[in-house]
Design a protein around this ligand. Structure first.
Ligand SMILES: [Zn+2]
Length: 388
């Protein structure tokens, strides 16, 4: 702790916050490069350690970076507390920063990963720093999780997120604030279940000219299965099934009847029941053509985050704080998954989209709104302090 800051009554300062965010953004952290993500995680570890937080570094695996857990020095480790969920990785490969350095234009500050979600992750750190510097505490224990692989599905961090959810009374997720239709700067109170399938049709190859009739064209079979899959989409029920990638055949060899064709499928469902229903239907697909074998793998990888009574209560509390601070806090549900899906599915009241406002996640125009830095930090701080 800095003594002089205690006596000077530190303020939440947008310029100071932006300086901190910039430092995090300027360390490139594509999910697929664990060593690069560790470059940022070591900085974050030092920053939290300076604030008396207990640090646990969970080694990464499968080429992904380490995950970090920080615990404030009050409360019993066994007591249920507030879990603040952040990710350090971005979808941006090395070199993006050279092409698109951090740049401010009016209220917009552009930069790779600045909105999703280094801005929000930094707000979590800054809110905690502000709390500590003022000698204040939250009523509940507070723990911060920084994972390294959210953008690729949190395969190596899911166990950790769920273990921390087990000792959480509330989960606050620092993904960015959302805009939807006429609603701007919203928090997220529901997310669809997200799943993946790989559907492979196996047929029989043959010479297209000599004995076409001996062949069993896997691509033909897959084409028919794609229509079955896509027809599972039901907008009225909020269900989408999207065949996004297809591979088959040997490029340049149209004279071969292909014996293998593969489709990669993404599906989204609003609740656990509809997700289970779609997964069962996909796994029950049967061959349409003769002598075809279907191989189907995959399933739900992020369970649904449903807006239950606990979520509604948590949202209500946040909206009241926002009103006291002088702004509205609309809520939206979204088809995009986050680590909030894991905490919510464990029955922990979860509020997501608490990070910075802006737009352009995963897009070249990604930016945060400078004007959101102070209010969003204040909102998080007061929410953490009010939860009991
Ligand atoms: Zn994100």
């Amino acid at each position: 702790m800095d003594g002089h800051n205690l006596t000077n009554q530190p303020r939440i300062d947008a310029a100071e916050i932006l300086d901190g965010i910039r430092e995090w953004v300027e360390i490139e952290t594509p999910s697929t490069d664990g060593a690069a993500v560790d470059g940022l995680s070591h900085l974050i570890e030092r920053q939290f350690a300076d604030l008396d937080a207990a640090v646990t570094r969970v080694p990464g695996r499968d080429g992904f970076g380490d995950h970090l857990l920080f615990e404030a020095p009050w409360g019993d480790p066994g007591d249920k507390g507030i879990l603040v969920v952040c990710h350090m990785d971005t979808v941006w490969q090395h070199g993006t920063l050279d092409r698109r350095p951090v740049k401010r234009e009016g209220d917009k500050v552009f930069g790779p990963g600045i909105y999703d979600m280094k801005g929000g992750a930094y707000l979590a750190y800054y809110a905690y720093r502000h709390l500590i510097r003022q000698g204040r505490r939250t009523r509940l224990p507070v723990r911060f999780l920084f994972v390294s692989d959210e953008e690729v599905g949190s395969g190596t961090s899911r166990d950790l997120i769920e273990a921390e959810a087990a000792r959480a009374k509330y989960a606050l997720v620092m993904e960015p604030g959302r805009n939807q239709g006429s609603l701007v700067n919203c928090v997220v109170t529901a997310r669809k279940a997200v799943g993946r399938f790989v559907v492979t049709a196996h047929g029989v190859s043959s010479h297209a000219g000599v004995n076409h009739d001996h062949g069993r064209n896997a691509m033909r079979e897959l084409a028919r299965q794609i229509l079955v899959l896509e027809d599972l989409t039901d907008y009225a029920r909020g269900i989408t099934v999207n065949v996004g990638v297809v591979s088959a055949g040997n490029p340049g060899f149209a004279n071969v009847v292909p014996d293998k064709a593969t489709a990669e499928v993404d599906f989204r469902c609003p609740d656990a029941a509809s997700a289970a229903e779609i997964a069962a239907k996909v796994h029950a697909l049967t061959p349409i053509g003769p002598d075809i074998r279907l191989e189907i793998t995959g399933g739900i990888n992020r369970p649904a985050y449903e807006r239950d009574a606990g979520v509604a209560m948590l949202y209500g509390q946040a909206a009241t704080i926002a009103r006291d601070l002088g702004f509205e806090l609309p809520e939206v549900s979204t088809g995009g998954g986050s680590d909030g899906n894991f905490t919510a599915a464990k029955g922990v009241p979860t509020l997501d989209g608490l990070g910075v406002c802006g737009a352009g996640a995963h897009a070249a125009h990604e930016h945060l709104l400078y004007s959101s830095l102070e209010p969003r930090t204040e909102l998080l701080l007061r929410l953490m302090e009010s939860l009991a």
